[in-house]
Ligand binder design. Structure first.
Ligand SMILES: Cc1cc2nc3c(=O)[nH]c(=O)nc-3n(C[C@H](O)[C@H](O)[C@H](O)COP(=O)(O)OP(=O)(O)OC[C@H]3O[C@@H](n4cnc5c(N)ncnc54)[C@H](O)[C@@H]3O)c2cc1C
Length: 410
């Protein structure tokens, strides 16, 4: 197929029959209702506030949340419950990145529990093509404040840790080591997610350390680069140069970044230069540049493009073609969040590309911060909801028409 980049009518991702083949009419109706609700920013704000109050008052809201927004964006409360979704996606050639989505927990028991859960995922993923990777948020196994304290040390600025913090740091290393060692032994690659810039140097340092140790023969440990930061292209080039010199493989998940408002607000309040690019276009340009750089170094890089942006995904497809990289090259993956941009995911799978859904699971209450981010993101991103809505409406029309022609729901 020729590049559809400049053709607004037809893109690689506009086939709604393929996009929604896993959704029956009831599922489609539910998504339509939810995305319509999320189009209203005021409603999303009120929902977020009321939910937080209801949790504080211990009101039984889990059932209502589970039947609505949770159902759209999460796969289940437990690993077992999520297997149904994993199988469902697997049937269409879509892999699952299971993410134990528990945020804002700060006790040793919570960190140990998250570690055990990630190790369980690694064991389930071993030799299972339906789960080609897994992921790790370092704030799931260590305190955010501890990572913030380690951050300046990571870039060589002196910062003392007290005895308690030193013990905590040692425990963080032990948890991380156990997870990475298991990933290596089971040959299940693991992404380190990217988080706020004021803990990201610490995350980069730890991810690099693990890549140097475990990526001698293949990329098992993968890091994440947020291209809404103006310094990430330089970081990518530095990492590639070091990997070539020291002979280790690297894993890169490219994303635009999820914490923009928070980053700009903090920079303004504390009077330092924001790490965020000047505008959206600069982020888009760097995302595509990073794609090009990764493809040029595909002999040592395992790339995952974590995006819902059709132009960037089209750019990656075109560049692969140009460089003669086959659709299912083992070092190129595409990934979207569960519940979003099914048109990209399923059409890519249909064309034989490696594609995954990022699949959060966990108790309803613990996934609320994640769900609120999704609701706010779907309200905030210009065009996103209308794009999702437009696709769902198109598919409803197509099904209605097909039913009229054949008398069936094709
Ligand atoms: C599989 C997967 C894994 C992910 N993992 C992570 C992760 O580890 N860490 C993380 O932070 N995020 C992660 N994300 C979320 C991601 O960073 C984005 O928030 C989200 O995907 C939206 O970006 P986009 O490329 O899909 O689409 P788009 O709609 O094209 O881009 C929206 C994004 O552009 C950027 N942007 C918007 N306005 C501006 C502006 N004025 N100036 C500069 N930049 C701007 C912001 O990053 C915004 O989120 C992940 C997403 C996916 C799909």
């Amino acid at each position: 197929m020729d590049s559809p980049k400049n053709n607004t009518k037809h893109t690689y991702f506009s086939n709604t029959e393929i996009a929604f083949k896993n959704k029956d009419n009831g599922d489609l109706k539910h998504s339509l209702w939810l995305f319509r609700l999320m189009q209203n920013p005021l409603l999303v704000k009120v929902f977020s506030k009321l939910t937080l109050i209801a949790i504080k008052l211990h009101l039984p809201i889990s059932v209502a949340v589970k039947a609505t927004i949770y159902k759209q964006f999460c796969s289940g409360e437990t690993l077992d419950e999520s297997q149904k979704v994993v199988k469902h996606l697997g049937k269409s050639g879509v892999g699952s990145i299971l993410d134990y989505s528990v945020e804002g927990k700060d006790s040793i028991e919570d960190f140990e529990h998250t570690k055990s859960e990630v190790i369980k995922i690694i064991h389930i993923a071993k030799g299972n093509p339906a789960i080609p990777y897994t992921s790790l948020k370092l704030t799931g196994i260590a305190r955010h404040a501890l990572l913030e304290k380690i951050n300046p040390i990571a870039i060589g600025t002196k910062q003392e840790l007290n005895a308690v913090e030193q013990k905590e740091q040692k425990e963080l290393y032990e948890r991380m080591e156990q997870i990475c060692k298991e990933s290596f032994a089971c040959h299940v690659p693991i992404y380190f997610d990217a988080e706020e810039s004021w803990i990201q140097d610490a995350i980069d340092m730890l991810a690099e350390e693990m890549m140097r140790k475990y990526n001698r023969e293949d990329a098992i440990i993968l890091t994440t680069l947020q291209m809404y930061r103006w310094d990430r292209m330089d970081y990518l080039k530095k990492l590639i140069s070091e990997a070539r010199k020291e002979k280790f493989f690297i894993g890169i998940k490219l994303v635009r970044g999820a914490y923009m408002e928070k980053e700009n607000k903090r920079a303004l309040e504390q009077g330092y230069k924001s790490p965020i690019q000047l505008d959206k276009q600069s982020t888009d340009i760097d995302f595509d540049k990073a794609v090009d750089t990764c493809l040029e170094n595909i002999d040592i890089i395992k790339l995952c493009a974590g995006t819902h942006n059709e132009a960037s995904t089209t750019h990656l497809l075109d560049q692969m073609k140009k460089l003669g990289i086959r659709n299912n090259h083992p070092n190129v993956y595409f990934s979207q969040l569960y519940g979003m941009s099914d048109n990209i995911t399923y059409n890519l799978a249909d064309m034989g590309y490696n594609v995954t859904k990022y699949l959060p699971y966990g108790p309803v209450k613990s996934t609320l911060p994640y769900l609120m981010r999704r609701a706010e993101e779907n309200t905030a991103i210009a065009g996103q909801v209308s794009r999702e809505l437009k696709m769902i409406l198109e598919e409803k029309e197509r099904r209605k028409f097909a039913k009229m022609l054949t008398g069936t729901n094709s």
